[in-house]
Structures are given as C-alpha cells and as structure tokens.
Design a protein around this ligand. Structure first.
Ligand code: NDP
Ligand code: BG6
Length: 513
C-alpha cells in the first residue's frame, strides 16, 4: 500500500497508464518488434532516439518482445554501441530506485550491425540477425532513417528488401528535411514509394510530438469557451514564434543548404498553424485530422516576398565574450546569404480566417529560447472602461498564450480591477503553469512519436499530400529569395533580431508578443 501511495504521490506513470495512452495491446505476446536505427553512430540517434527508446522501456511502454539494432558504416561491437548509448541515457525522474537496473536490461536488448547504406548484402546480414532475435514470432520491423537525406532512398530500398522476409508489419520513420522545395520533395516521395506504400512511411515533425502542440486540439475542441471565439470575428492576429539563443553551432554544413525558412517555418511552425486553424475533424482518426490540416494548407496563399523579412546573425561582443557570426562557421561560405532569421505574414483564404494575419517568426542566435503561439483578440466593442486604459487600447485586448517550451504554460491575459476603492484596471494572467499543476515530467517529443510509430498511430506524422501543400506555399518564395540573391538584414548575436520584423508586423497593426 505504501509503495502504491508513494507512486501516486510522485505521479509515476504505470504500465497501465502507458497502455491507455498508446492503445498498446499486451495480448500480442507472440509478436515481436525489431527497431533498427539506421545511422546509429550519428548525433540524432545518440541525442534523441536511444534515450527516447529507453524512456519508453522504462515506462513499460514497449512490447514484451523487442530488440533495438543500430546500423551504420562505422565499425562497432555490440559492447561499443552499448557503451556509446549508455552515456546519453537518463532516468527522467531522478533517484528512481531501479533505474540503473533498467538501463542494464535495456542495453542488453541493443545490438549493432555495421554495413553500407546501399548494400543489399549488408542488410540481408542484418535481416539474418533480426530473425535470430525474433525467434519465430510474428516479426514487426521499424526502421528509423537517421541519416542525411541523400541516403534515404538507398537505405529504404535495402531495408524494405531485407524486411520482405518479416511476416508482420514494416514501417519506416523518415527524418526531415523532406526535400528543399516542391520538386525535390515530390522526387523523394516518389523514390520512397517505389519500395513502400504511404501507410508505411512515418514522416517525423518532432514539434507534433510536443505536449502543448498535442494539447491544441484538446484546448479547442473540448472547451466550450475557445472554439466559438476561434475565427476572424474575434481574433485579430495569431503569432507563431520560434527562437533559439544559440547559433547553428556544429550544424552549419547542413543549415547553409536549408536556412531557417526550410528548417523551422515550412515544417514546425506551419504544422502548428494547420492544427490551430483547421476545422473540427470528423473524428480523432489520423486520416480525419490530416484531411482537415491539408484543407487549411490548401486554403492558404503562397508567401509573398513583400510579406517576408530575412536576417542573418553577425558577431557580437558582450563583456569579455565575443559571439561568432553565422559566417564564422568554417563549414559556411563567407559570402553566404542563408537566412538564420525570418518573419512572415501568412493568410488563410477561407470563411473562418479571411483577413487575419498569421505572423511567423523564427530565428537562431536571438536573445532567448522559446516556442510560443500567441493569439491576440479584437477590442471589446464600445468598451465601458475605455478611459481607464488611456490610449493603449491595443495593450488592453485579451491575449491567449500557449507556451510550447520552455516551461510549458497556457495563459490568458485579461483585464482586471486592481483591488481597492478606486477604479484602476490592470492586466493579469489566468495561468495554467504546467510545472505547478502537473507533477509528472513531460515526455520528450521523440518518445511519443516512436511509441505512435510502433502502435501504427499516424495522427502525428505528415502525410504526403500535406507535405506537397506545405511546399507549394513556400517554394515560390524560396526560389525568388535565391534567384534575386536577397541580402538578409544583419542582426547581432543575442539580439531581438532585425528591426524589419517589427515594421512587417506594424503593417498589419501587430506588435510582436
Ligand atoms: P549525422 O550527420 O550525424 O549522420 C548520421 C550518420 O549518417 C552518421 O553518423 C554517419 O554514420 C552517416 N553519414 C553521415 N554523413 C554521411 C554521408 N555523407 N554518407 C553516408 N553516410 C553518412 O546526422 P544526424 O544524426 O544529425 O541527423 C540524422 C537525420 O536527422 C538527418 O536527416 C538530419 O537532417 C535529421 N535531423 C537531425 C537533427 C539533429 O538534431 N541532429 C534534428 C532534426 C533532424 P556512419 O559514417 O557511421 O555510417
Ligand atoms: C530541428 C531543427 O528540427 O529543430 C533545428 O533542425 C532546431 O535547427 C530544432 O534547433 C529545435 O528543436 P527543439 O525541440 O530543441 O525546439
């Protein structure tokens, strides 16, 4: 009883809770899941994928029979892989009694196979090893392509051919970037579909796995008070903000070929926008939700150069420390025009959102790290308290803020009477602060997404028509920026970004939150 009480107090999730959350069916005792991390020697595998798999194992969310295989060209023994992986595993809640024991158990389920990404023979060897571990059970195979995009097709060709001997499902998780524009994205999809059907492809946008992004639909569709206000009638503008307080350190080579618009806006922020603005889906079924998202994206106008501001960070000295410019990175050409910052105004051409500016802002090397959705409501018509606000009526409108990270929160700015005999108003927050309300730590986005892929839940993955619609919005702008060699506005490392972003917002009577 004491143990149960303690668990409840600490809000430690139980395997039952995980089962409920994931629809995981423990009756499938005679099946097994083999998870192969292709590119296991890389940064993402170490930083995110193995730790997420361990967290799922720790929470008893993985099926009873599972094996994790690392695959890469690097030469490593099983022991060396385990050693590498063990360095990045953590127990999410400190001082959990059996954490190191669980780590040991997890690591024993991890193996490594070295091979080329385009070698059918090497994948056939992997297949043989997987079969030994599967021990004659129904074999389900999940391949996580954590490699640079030019390797995707070769790896899928080889993985799908080796997996053809499996008698359960085969699924492939693909990491972004999904192309650089409409054309290359279509070519990638066509290439993948030579070997897989759409239902086998799980395109990850890890922002969809973030707790507050998943909560967006709950907030809208399970509270009477929000949905009726969710339109041009009451909402003045919506802001989608992503900022990081560090530069492209270590990833300049990748970044220079993509830039912030492809890295953050076309995927992470646009996905949030689609979830925010979509109509009520018929059900929570993945296809119903994705149908609604596609409809919103297809109702949007492609971005106009005049509605976009781009920037690039330059070096800045603060006290004793000099922060580098983007072009100080050795892997970035000195004359690079790649934007590390962008702000844009987007519009949705439908009855609900006609004329409402959706303002996006994304940047690296800014003054803070945050991802937020800010919803600014219209003025109260004929406001009785107008004179109590002076001239700053804008500052007196309601604002709903969904802070995706860090320090997750949802708060609503309201006008309130300052207690006392006079009639003075101020702005106060109705605040749902996650750390204060929920004792349980929020799972990493990759945990949820990996679990969903194992469960075959596609709701949080990008369907190919969604991807096409997303690229159609951004491709003309990206081409124009590159063809016209538009020079970015330079901003100091650690600043609030280019002033152009403020002028852009001002054009639509918006003040960035
Ligand atoms: P890495 O550059 O670390 O590559 C992963 C592995 O792929 C490497 O360890 C290497 O393994 C192999 N590899 C690298 N370059 C080549 C090449 N030119 N030819 C053949 N093999 C190569 O990538 P990340 O781990 O950083 O990312 C993996 C994927 O996830 C990429 O598509 C990336 O864009 C995406 N991504 C990464 C994020 C991150 O934070 N790292 C965030 C979001 C997406 P070996 O030499 O052993 O074969
Ligand atoms: C990745 C981008 O998709 O998301 C990176 O490629 C960015 O440039 C990262 O740093 C941000 O993710 P998170 O989860 O740390 O906000």
């Amino acid at each position: 009883y004491m143990k149960k009480l303690k668990d409840e107090l600490l809000s430690i999730p139980t395997s039952d809770e995980c089962k409920d959350a994931a629809g995981f069916d423990n009756n499938e005792k005679e099946s097994t899941v083999s998870i192969t991390v292709v590119g296991a020697s890389g940064d993402l595998a170490k930083k995110k994928i193995f730790p997420a798999l361990f967290a799922l194992y720790y929470e008893d969310c993985l099926p009873k029979h599972f094996t994790v295989f690392g695959y890469a060209r690097s030469k490593m023994s099983d022991g060396e892989l385990r050693n590498m992986v063990s360095k990045t595993l953590t127990c999410r809640i400190d001082k959990r009694e059996n954490c190191s024991e669980k780590m040991e158990q997890f690591l024993k389920r991890c193996f490594f196979h070295s091979g080329q990404y385009d070698s059918l023979d090497n994948f056939a060897e992997l297949d043989k090893k997987l079969k030994e571990h599967e021990g004659g059970r129904i074999s389900n195979r999940l391949f996580y392509l954590s490699v640079p995009p030019n390797i995707f097709i070769d790896a899928v060709r080889c993985a799908s051919s080796s997996a053809s001997s499996a008698n359960g499902w085969t699924r492939v998780i693909v990491e972004k970037p999904f192309g650089r524009d409409s054309e290359s994205s279509t070519a990638l999809t066509r290439g993948l579909k030579q070997y897989l059907v759409e239902d086998q492809i799980f395109r990850i946008d890890h922002y969809l796995g973030k707790e507050l992004v998943e909560n967006l639909s709950v907030l809208r569709f399970s509270n009477l008070i929000f949905e009726p206000l969710w339109s041009r009638q009451y909402i003045r503008n919506v802001q989608l903000i992503f900022s990081e307080d560090f530069g492209t350190e270590g990833r300049g080579g990748y970044f220079n070929n993509y830039g912030i618009i492809r890295d953050i806006m076309q995927n992470h922020l646009l996905q949030i926008l689609a979830l925010f603005a979509m109509e009520t889906p018929v059900s929570l079924d993945a296809e119903d939700i994705r149908n609604e998202k596609v409809k919103v994206l297809r109702s949007m106008k492609p971005l106009q150069l005049g509605n976009v501001v781009i920037g690039q960070y330059k070096s800045h000295t603060k006290g004793e420390i000099t922060y580098p410019a983007y072009t100080d990175d050795k892997t970035v050409p000195k004359d690079s025009l790649t934007p590390t910052f962008a702000a844009a105004a987007l519009f949705i051409d439908n009855a609900r959102w006609d004329g409402v500016p959706f303002l996006m802002k994304a940047g690296k090397a800014l003054h803070n790290k945050r991802a937020e959705i800010r919803v600014q409501f219209r003025h109260v018509p004929g406001n009785l308290y107008k004179r109590n606000f002076g001239t700053d009526l804008d500052g007196a409108t309601n604002e709903l803020v969904i802070r995706v990270q860090p320090d997750e929160a949802i708060y609503l700015k309201i006008n309130n009477k300052v207690p006392g005999l006079g009639m003075r108003l101020d702005r106060s927050n109705l605040n749902l602060h996650y750390a204060a309300r929920y004792a349980k730590e929020i799972p990493d986005a990759y945990e949820r997404l990996l679990l969903d892929a194992i469960e075959g839940e596609r709701r949080l993955f990008i369907r190919s028509d969604e991807l096409d619609a997303a690229w159609e919005l951004f491709t003309p702008l990206l081409k124009e920026l590159e063809e016209k060699k538009i020079i970015p506005e330079y901003y100091p490392y650690g600043s609030r970004g280019p002033v152009g972003a403020h002028y852009l917002a001002a054009r639509y009577n918006v003040r960035w939150g």
